[in-house]
Design a protein around this ligand. Structure first.
Ligand SMILES: [Cu+2]
Length: 241
């Protein structure tokens, strides 16, 4: 697990929507750089060459209509087929995952109403199986929060009374950092979480462990009773030192 905890869309997870966004960003940047270069060369040529009469109509048609149309069409043809955010159908073998934003933590529900046997709730950590797109339902219990795991996907708002969806997919076993991306009050900056992508086998095992009832450690209980059984001896407020 290298780069664990990196909060950057430039280190996008293989197979993720963030990888598609990053490659689109690079192509857009190269396209914009090329246009900037051409405009700069033309501007410098305008400064350094002697003035001469030009055919204004030809410049307008080629430079003002044809060139932008071809450039934008080429970028559009590249961008249109990229699937970056459209949620696919829920995978029947995967549990439903719902994340509820709260001031200032993340409630993560697995299973859903019609899968009570595999339902459980965790906090501040999501687990997903590697290589499978997982559709996550996003909502909020109080104010608007922003669900953002830069290395996995774009930002999606979590809005009270509304459910948005995001698809998370990682083809690598890795831990990713997430952060609330919408100012939601005093502790907003501390509202972080992790997404742990594990092998499908590890994921199934983790699910099986989570639905087990909590185990009580007898040794811990005895030690706790021994320590706390006597009761705390606090000094009375009027006690002298
Ligand atoms: Cu926030």
């Amino acid at each position: 697990m290298s780069d664990a905890g990196v909060l950057s869309s430039l280190t996008a997870a293989p197979g993720s929507a963030a990888a598609a966004i990053a490659s689109l960003g690079q192509v857009m940047f190269l396209g914009a750089a090329l246009v900037f270069l051409i405009v700069t060369v033309l501007a410098l040529a305008g400064v350094w060459t002697r003035a001469y009469a030009i055919d204004g109509r030809r410049w307008l048609v080629f430079g003002g209509l044809a060139l932008p149309s071809v450039t934008l069409a080429a970028l559009f043809v590249h961008a249109a087929p990229l699937d970056m955010s459209a949620p696919g159908p829920d995978h029947p073998d995967l549990p439903r995952i719902e994340v509820i934003g709260r001031q200032w933590w993340w409630e993560v529900r697995y299973g859903g109403a019609n899968d009570t046997e595999r339902s459980f709730v965790t906090a501040n950590e999501l687990r997903i199986p590697v290589g499978r797109p997982v559709s996550v339902a996003l909502t909020s219990a109080d104010v608007i929060h922003g669900f953002w795991v830069p290395a996995l996907a774009g930002k999606v708002d979590m809005i009270p009374g509304r459910t948005n969806r995001i698809v998370l997919r990682s083809d690598a076993v890795q831990v990713y950092r997430g952060q609330c991306a919408e100012y939601c009050g005093g502790q907003h900056g501390l509202m972080a979480f992790t997404v742990v992508a594990t092998s499908p086998a590890d994921f199934e095992q983790w699910l099986a462990t989570q639905v087990q009832p909590a185990r009580v450690d007898d040794g811990f209980v005895r030690g706790y009773a021994r320590h706390h059984g006597r009761g705390h001896q606090r000094p009375r407020p009027d006690a002298r030192r």
